[in-house]
Design a protein around this ligand. Structure first.
Ligand code: V4E
Length: 247
């Protein structure tokens, strides 16, 4: 039983701006077409004890040019969510996401008078008063803000059953990190192995020119490494985030 909307199976791959035209050409040859470019702002939230992150749960408020909404990603137990392979997360969106986060926090013992580990991170979504009210009631605070320019590609070739349900996102962040990802959104957990095989096949075929690796870390991990090193270290120690190992 679960209240999740969908499962997101995803694999990251290195993206270099120099080889972007070659990558785009490969995508076209494989039957993909760019459908959108968006500017995303992600605000990640947790309580001061990082109780969501400790449960491999990632609560964010994501805005694009048109709208914003809460999203929660929950690591699926028993799935290897390491850096060298695809990851599997339950994804919950909208008001349900915030409610699910509240439920997760209700399960952990409240630690009294824990000092804020870092300042209100120097930023907050001040343009959204309703959001600020919600997060202060729940004692959540933002620990990361990531701006991304995202180009999304989908397979248009319905005959090519290998790749037809996959999306490829090419992301460039405001802190100089670029990363690609191949993902499948599935409703049925039993489709995970099939999705993983298709994703892995595509990542291999997109293998960037000039690198020997298909491995890349996520935007948030990259951000945390330098901007929230203590939180990052905690994630490594608890096995929530894995340092990418050699292939
Ligand atoms: C840090 C993290 C998560 C939150 C960020 O998820 P990510 O997929 O990087 O964000 P984004 O913007 O690409 O989301 P999308 O638009 O695709 O929904 S979710 C899991 N982690 C931890 C983590 C992990 N365990 N393993 C790997 C390889 N990366 C991140």
């Amino acid at each position: 039983h679960s209240n999740s909307d969908v499962f997101e199976v995803e694999q990251k791959f290195p993206l270099s701006l120099d080889s972007l035209p070659i990558l785009e050409e490969r995508l076209r040859i494989l039957g993909f077409e760019q459908i959108t470019t968006k500017e995303l702002t992600d605000w990640y939230f947790d309580n001061v004890c990082s109780d969501l992150v400790q449960q491999d749960c990632w609560l964010r408020y994501r805005e694009d040019e048109n709208q914003g909404e809460w999203q929660l990603k929950k690591g699926v137990r028993g799935q290897y969510n390491g850096a060298n392979t695809s990851t599997v997360y339950e994804e919950i969106e909208g008001a349900k996401a915030l409610n699910a986060a509240v439920d997760l926090l209700a399960k952990v013992e409240r630690k009294a008078d824990v000092p804020l580990p870092f300042e209100f991170a120097g930023f907050a979504p001040f343009h959204i008063p309703k959001l600020l009210e919600e997060i202060s009631l729940l004692q959540l605070h933002p620990f990361a803000r990531i701006l991304t320019k995202r180009a999304s590609w989908v397979s248009t070739d319905q005959c090519n059953m290998m790749f037809w349900a996959l999306t490829v996102d090419l992301d460039i962040t405001d802190f100089g990190y670029a990363v690609g990802e191949v993902e499948a959104m599935i409703k049925d957990r039993r489709d995970v192995p099939r999705a993983r095989a298709a994703i892995n096949g595509l990542v291999k075929r997109l293998k960037p020119v000039g690198t020997h690796s298909t491995i890349a870390i996520g935007k948030l991990e990259y951000y945390l490494q330098s901007r929230q090193p203590e939180l990052y270290q905690m994630c490594i120690e608890r096995g929530i985030v894995k340092e990418p190992a050699a292939e």
